[in-house]
Design a protein around this ligand. Sequence first.
Ligand code: BGC
Length: 761
Amino acid sequence: MMKKLALSLFFLIFSMHLFAQEPDSETKAEKRVFIDNLLSKMTLQEKVGQLRLVSVGGDLTLSKALDQIEAGEIGGIFNTVVEPDLSQMQERALKSPNKIPIYFGFDVIHGHRTVFPINLGIASTWDRSAIAKAAEVSADEATSDGLNITWAPMVDITRDPRWGRVSEGFGEDPYLSSEAGRIFVEKMQKQSLSDKKSLVTTVKHFALYGAVEGGREYNSTDMSERKMFQEYLVPYKAAIDAGSRSVMVSLVSVNGIPATANHWLLTEVLRNQWHFDGVVVSDHGAIRELINHGVASDPKDAVRVAIKAGIDISMNDEYFLQFIPELVKEGAITEEEINRACRHVLELKYDMGLFSDPYRKLDPKLDIETMFADDRLHREEARDVARRSIVLLKNANEILPLSKNKKIAVIGPLSDSKRDILGSWSGAGRANLAVTPLEGIKRAVNNPKSVSYAFGANLSDDANLYRFLNLYEETTKFDHRPADQMIAEAVGIAKKADVVVAFVGEAEGMAHESSSRTDLSLQASQKKLLKALKKTGKPLVIVLMNGRPLTLSEEYTQADAMLETWFLGTEGGNAIADVLFGDYNPSGKLPMSFPDNVGQIPVYYSHLNTGRPRGTENMGKYTTSYFDSPNEPLFPFGFGLSYTNFAMDFSLSSSEMNKNSEIVVNVNVENIGNKEGMQTVQLYLQDVTASVSRPVKELIGFENITLKPHEKGEVKFVIKYDMLKFWNDKMQYVAEPGKFNVFIGSDSTTQDKKTFTLLDK
Ligand code: BGC
């Protein structure tokens, strides 16, 4: 301990004159001198060490890792969130030849100790302040645990719910995803990386991971450059423009070249066009996988290909130390290339303030018990974001909200599951601290005895699915009672209740990395349960817990009311109760279209028009359609009901604009129902005629307004020239004169439009 204090003091004095200020232009020069000086003292071996990011565990025991750290062979650690391990590692780093501190990383995806809703849920809030709250609390908790960097936000656009990682992103839309990504970066990193509460963000997975063919995990992507720049690359760019200092590269191949080996993507686009000056991190195992991709002949070749493409840091590195020195010696890569990558890492460490105080986020007093203590959680914030994430999909005869005096039957395999409600990527959270829906409902009602509960059915009767879910640890328990017996028990309590609330959907492990599905319907066991419950004739509220859009047309017909609750995190059960009983009027909107059936995929709102738009006459023959399915999704992007209703009308400040002017969209909103509620006013644009076909509409703005019953309010948007730009037929980013349609609505199906013309001059 004394030694550590002495070392800290040494660092403090040693660096005080150099690092007293933020890196403004003067300190930028000082930073350069400092890093030049450091680099000149480092051996090639030590430089390579800075490019290594490793996870302690398996073959790399803590004691081996400590020795490697002291030898200057490791630049950063991920997946360790336990004091005193972190302090111990930092101590050893400060004994390395050049005393370069290490950084600590972790996947802080949707919360840290307090788990917030999965990101698809956070996106469903369509509420910038809620997104900000989730990001800010996550960063505060993570930095209090000693972490410096996270592998978030994940902004991969996806229009294919078969892909399991849908749950981690913000949905199908470039604008909504960009807004969420930008807010994550701003709130996590803060103004300065040297802020004690600043958590460096890593925007991922660059690029196009969400566009894998067939929604099959790790599959290839192939896309026109126009679609990339117009849609899929937009959120990464937004996060980088917001200042994200780190980028993680996607595991998949982009137009035939794996992203990890893709010089065009990592160097030409990211560095040269977008001027990104942070660190580029490969994903777990990605360098080795270049051999399987068929662009490297062996591990050494894979290292060469990755470095040449523009990778700085090797996550879970196995090969850098082994092969880089040899590759440099042979001239296959240059020391300059390694210097450049190492400089990116050292600059990041400098800006994080690690050289001035390596222990700035570490707290050796934080023992394991304290670390998981309930009073470290931010329950109030989590509950608020969680209830804003809930989307009301149906409410026939205003069956919701429920009275707190009713007899309620809570039924279903997800009603009381603490693990599932946390969702995937919640490694620092603890299931025992989570509130299940059953617990939340019991706490909310006037008499907990009026709530009865039955498990009802296993999540699935498919033993293979259980094997898949429980491969590494038992996360999903199988009830061995006969299925009919469980259903009979559920029906029995349903019959005695005033209303049935059924919790169905997916296990959290079904919406995760490596969890692609081809069938998006509820499992047969759950369908059977719902059918039996419906038969009782009791009002049926279906509460969905799932990490992706599912196909739900049968359940939609069965339900009297239906709520999409995703996986809501630590306070999920309380948040669900808030909405069920009307303590919160649901305001969430879908960030992704819910297909009517799997055959429609990809189904998304911002598609192009065809030469033969769908007709209604002659069975739609010779117009773009399916003869066995509607074109439209079951629930469109942006959709979500409320316990009240809103009326909207709008006007444009002008019917013309030019390069130097703008158009103001004034929207009058009125709450025409009997409850206070929040409406998300959505602004869509269509460029009617251009040099390339443009989408039927694209989201370009959204604002929330909360109104009391019969209250009126106004929302204003400003359409600026830059918002009309797109990648034209010559791949130039321009606005073209002509007609534009402006749509205002409460979801993406709105046809309420006004038109203006962009003039030539
Ligand atoms: C995932 C990344 C994640 C990394 C570290 C990989 O398998 O693709 O998103 O950040 O693991 O946990």
